[in-house]
Design a protein around this ligand. Structure first.
Ligand code: ZN
Length: 80
């Protein structure tokens, strides 16, 4: 069984890369039983959504003039 520390580390990691199915299942089982980790997951998902929204607004804004290359770099960084 994963500890809360393991889960918080893995959840952060999962924001940047996809985890193996086995790890994802272990996380889900932990979150099912844990009182603290569901909140942590919600916060991480909220932050990720907020970051994506900011990214999209910035890319659509006429105020921000970025080269196509820079836009692509940002897109890849946010959505690997
Ligand atoms: Zn936990």
């Amino acid at each position: 069984m994963l500890s809360c520390k393991d889960v918080s580390r893995l959840l952060s990691l999962s924001m940047d890369q996809s985890l193996p199915l086995r790890k994802r299942i272990e996380i889900r089982i932990h979150i099912w039983f844990c009182k603290a980790c569901p909140n942590l997951e919600k916060q991480l998902l909220f932050l990720r959504q907020a970051a994506r929204r900011l990214d999209e607004e910035a890319l659509q804004s006429d105020q921000v003039k970025l080269s196509a290359e820079a836009r692509e770099r940002i897109r890849k960084a946010v959505r690997p």
